[in-house]
Write a protein that binds this ligand. Structure first.
Ligand SMILES: NC(=O)c1ccc[n+]([C@@H]2O[C@H](COP(=O)([O-])OP(=O)(O)OC[C@H]3O[C@@H](n4cnc5c(N)ncnc54)[C@H](O)[C@@H]3O)[C@@H](O)[C@H]2O)c1
Ligand SMILES: [Zn+2]
Ligand SMILES: [Zn+2]
Length: 392
């Protein structure tokens, strides 16, 4: 192959269909330039599945600094269509899933497996992702194709064929992110854990806690269908619309606190009425509920800029946290984006071995052209929309 050549299956077309953010509560499918190999370490992947995430909703609802024109989609899998000259592990025709993180594989953070904090892919910032505000110049994969930088590092090769597509797509984000929440909390086999939020991330955190050997799992939300998912893997479902979650759990445990806690809600947490936002409500609850010397894992998103926040401080991401009580209890806390590469290979192999079947969380599978409607329904949580997979 000549030095400029790329391996490819079919001649790439110059345009493609992609989902484009137009402004709060508005996305559309538009014709955009198709991605191509821009660097020898790139691959272009034809998308077979791309998921909509709760994280996309923060942008969709105008609750971030996202500008119109951004192309969403950070949970992507598909078939490698072309690769640059420097790509040696990943081959044209491979079925692959990409972590939502874009990472270089070479910086100090990548080398210590902290791929969510890569310092080389997003100028002036630690961490990159596809299709996300402030996460670098990487258009999302809610589209027909995606360009994957550092393809050997960022593609996880899957078994060929189409089996377990609905399980494998969850390796891009929510399964490893839920798992990461448990790891951040310090969960050990035989311990108890509470997970706030039964969205896809929370359910995957509870499911991971089961895989990691938790003895007791408490899952908190107010949406009945979501609490029902939690019962699937033997968790105790706590409906916080029926009363304070901390009180309910302490009553069930005769006053004993739990060992570990995961916040899978983030800054748009609501109080028991389901309407009033209070960004610190889950953090407060975790400090109350987790035992002295226990641990808090916080994969739920908190942002430094929230145009729609309930008060001036929160607009700048400044959130009241009960640090005095936290200190007194000697608690530990881990937070941030999930380092998907730390777990996706092992979780893939749990799926291959039939030990893990995370696809039970998927509520809807639709075509790319139906995506604007799916966003609307997902945002309103109607018709059971909970985890939507797009098939371009
Ligand atoms: N750290 C990461 O790498 C990472 C990756 C993906 C998603 N996230 C973040 O994780 C969070 C969850 O994502 P998701 O896709 O599951 O979102 P989601 O919006 O589908 O789920 C959030 C759930 O929290 C519930 N909730 C709201 N207030 C609550 C409260 N006070 N107590 C208990 N439950 C409450 C809601 O009813 C909802 O079911 C989001 O903030 C998302 O941005 C982080
Ligand atoms: Zn996501
Ligand atoms: Zn890096």
């Amino acid at each position: 192959m000549s030095s400029n050549a790329t391996a490819t299956t079919t001649p790439a077309s110059t345009t493609m269909q992609a989902l484009v953010y137009k402004g709060p509560f508005s996305v559309s499918i538009e014709s955009v330039p198709a991605p191509r190999i821009e660097h020898p370490s790139d691959a272009v992947v034809r998308i077979t599945s791309s998921a909509i995430c709760g994280s996309d909703l923060h942008m969709y609802e105008g609750r971030t600094a996202a500008e119109p024109g951004l192309r969403f989609g950070h949970e992507n899998m598909g078939i490698v269509e072309s690769v640059g000259d420097a790509v040696s592990v990943v081959k044209v025709g491979d079925r692959v899933v990409m972590p939502f993180n874009v990472a270089c594989g070479s910086c100090a953070n990548c080398q210590s497996a902290k791929t969510a904090f890569c310092t080389q892919v997003n100028h002036g910032f630690a961490g990159g992702a596809y299709g996300y505000v402030a996460m670098g110049p990487y258009p999302g994969g809610q589209a027909e194709r995606i360009r994957v930088p550092f393809a050997d590092f960022n593609c996880l090769v899957l078994p060929p064929g189409t089996d377990n597509e609905a399980d494998f797509i969850l390796l891009a984000d929510v399964f490893p992110t839920g798992y990461h929440g448990c790891k951040l909390s310090g969960l050990q086999p035989g311990e108890s854990i509470v997970v706030f939020g039964c969205g896809p991330v929370g359910i995957m955190a509870g499911y991971s806690a089961r895989l990691l050997g938790a003895a007791e799992i408490y899952m908190v939300d107010r949406v009945p269908e979501r609490l029902a998912l939690a019962r699937n893997f033997g968790a105790v479902a706590i409906d916080f619309s029926k009363g304070d979650a901390v009180r309910q759990i302490l009553d069930l445990r005769r006053g004993r606190e739990v060992d570990r806690g995961v916040d899978a809600v983030g800054y748009q947490a609501v109080t028991h009425d389901g309407k009033t936002e209070q960004p610190n409500v889950v953090l407060n609850a975790l400090v109350d509920l987790v035992r002295p010397c226990g641990g808090l894992g916080i994969p739920g998103l908190y942002v430094p800029s929230d145009p729609g926040a309930p008060d001036d401080d929160a607009r700048l991401g400044v959130i009241k946290f009960p640090f005095g009580r936290f200190f007194e209890k000697g608690l530990s806390l881990g937070c941030g984006q999930a380092n998907v590469k730390s777990y996706n290979r092992q979780l893939r192999d749990l799926i291959v071995a039939g030990v893990a079947r995370p696809s039970f969380i998927i509520s809807n599978e639709v075509s790319l052209s139906e995506a604007p409607d799916a966003y609307d329904k997902f945002q309103k949580r109607i018709d059971g929309y909970s985890k939507v997979i797009l098939h371009p």
